[in-house]
Design a protein around this ligand. Structure first.
Ligand code: FE2
Ligand code: FE2
Length: 145
């Protein structure tokens, strides 16, 4: 498996957890559990993605702009996750805010898969892409601990 397939796998997991979370109501056990799952998954993915995939892309002069853009979106998502953590789950604003984050995350995923991966495939050689997938797994596992 190369890094592109590996990241896509994670993106599917994120979309699935987000869809289930958007269906929850109030300060319920489901919402609490799914939000914890969402946070851990999204944050570990972003950290490992930056340490491996974007680390390799940013080394290429032509990859720097897209890498920086994606990393700034990770920061924005992390800020929104923090705000949601501090917000009362039973308030009507919580779900509204989560849905905004969900949409932005979906947009981020689409951009990665449709634009960033295409560019990276031209800049990073094939041999390296399998190695990056292995490194990604290791880093993500370490982040999840
Ligand atoms: Fe990302
Ligand atoms: Fe990603």
């Amino acid at each position: 498996m190369d890094i592109y397939e590996r990241l896509k796998q994670d993106h599917e997991v994120q979309k699935e957890i987000s869809a289930r979370l958007a269906d929850t109501t109030g300060d319920s056990r489901d919402r609490r559990q799914l939000f914890e799952e969402f946070k851990a998954e999204v944050e570990a993915h972003a950290a490992a993605e930056e340490q491996t995939f974007y680390g390799a892309l940013i080394e290429k002069p032509d990859g720097q702009e897209k890498a920086r853009h994606s990393i700034s979106e990770h920061k924005e998502a992390a800020d929104q996750i923090e705000e949601l953590t501090d917000l009362d789950m039973s308030s009507s604003g919580w779900l509204q805010k989560f849905k905004t984050l969900k949409e932005e995350l979906e947009h981020h995923i689409e951009e990665e898969q449709n634009e960033v991966f295409q560019l990276a495939k031209k800049l990073i050689d094939d041999e390296k892409t399998n190695q990056l997938a292995e490194e990604f797994d290791q880093r993500k596992a370490a982040e999840m601990k």
